[in-house]
Design a protein around this ligand. Structure first.
Ligand code: ATP
Length: 199
C-alpha cells in the first residue's frame, strides 16, 4: 500500500483544484517559505478526520477553507481526497484503490466519503486502525512531535507501539465487548430484582 495521490480544492492556500501524484518510494516537497508545503500535510491530517483545529494551525475549523486574496474571492467549501494503492490489500476493503474524501462548507455542513460513498468518520478510523496512517498514527510526524513523544507519558508512547504492532483494533473490540458485558450485567440484575419482587 502506498499513497498514490492527494487532491485539494478550496483547502487553505489551494483555491483551485490541485492534484499531487506520488510514486512508490520517497517524495520530497520543496518550495519557498509560505508556499503551502505544510498545508499539504495539514490536508492529509484533515481528510483522515483531524478534529483539533490547533493541529491544523487554525483558530476555527472554517479556517481550512480558502479565505480569498486581494484578487480572488473566498471559496464556499474545502475539499480533500487522498487515494491509496491497495493492491496488496493492506487495507481491509476489497478494492485495489481506496479514496478517502472530506468536504466542509462554510455553513458548517460536512461529509466524509470512502470510494465515493458517504460514510461516517468512525468508518475511516476503523479502516486505518493498526496501519499507522490514521490521524493519531505515527506516519504523520509534525514539527516538535518527536520531542513530545520522547518526553511524553509512558501510556502515550505505548499507544504508538500498540498501533505499530497492530493490536489497537483488538483492544478497541475488547473495550466494546467489556462495555456491552457491563450493560448486560446491569440488565440481568434488574431482571433478578423484578423476579424476586414477583416471587
Ligand atoms: P514554511 O516553509 O515557512 O513552513 P510552508 O510552505 O509550509 O511554509 P504553509 O504553512 O503550508 O507554508 O502555508 C502558509 C500559507 O498558506 C500562508 O501564505 C497563508 O496565508 C496560507 N493560508 C493558510 N490558510 C489559508 C486560507 N484559509 N486561505 C488562504 N490562504 C491560507
Amino acid at each position: 500500500m502506498y499513497l498514490k495521490s492527494i487532491e485539494v480544492q478550496g483547502f487553505k492556500s489551494f483555491a483551485n483544484k490541485t492534484v499531487l501524484d506520488f510514486s512508490p518510494g520517497i517524495t520530497g516537497i520543496v518550495g519557498p517559505n509560505g508556499s503551502g508545503k505544510s498545508n499539504i500535510s495539514d490536508a492529509v491530517r484533515w481528510v483522515l478526520g483531524e478534529q483539533k483545529v490547533k493541529q491544523l494551525r487554525g483558530a476555527s475549523m472554517q479556517d481550512v477553507i480558502f479565505a480569498g486574496t486581494a484578487t480572488r474571492r473566498p471559496q464556499n467549501y474545502a475539499s480533500v481526497s487522498i487515494s491509496f494503492d491497495n493492491s496488496d490489500h493492506a487495507l481491509s476493503l476489497p478494492y485495489e484503490e481506496i479514496t478517502v474524501s472530506r468536504r466542509l462548507y462554510r455553513s458548517g455542513e460536512s461529509e466524509y466519503r470512502l470510494n465515493g460513498s458517504e460514510c461516517r468518520l468512525k468508518d475511516i478510523h476503523e479502516l486505518f486502525y493498526d496501519t499507522g496512517i490514521g490521524k493519531e498514527g505515527y506516519s504523520l510526524i509534525g514539527q516538535g512531535q518527536i520531542d513530545k513523544i520522547l518526553s511524553g507519558k509512558a501510556e502515550e508512547r505505548r499507544a504508538l507501539f500498540d498501533e505499530a504492532v497492530g493490536i489497537v483494533k483488538f483492544k478497541r473490540r475488547k473495550d466494546l465487548a467489556e462495555k456491552k458485558l457491563e450493560e448486560e450485567q446491569a440488565n440481568l440484575e434488574r431482571i433478578q430484582d423484578i423476579v424476586s419482587e414477583l416471587e
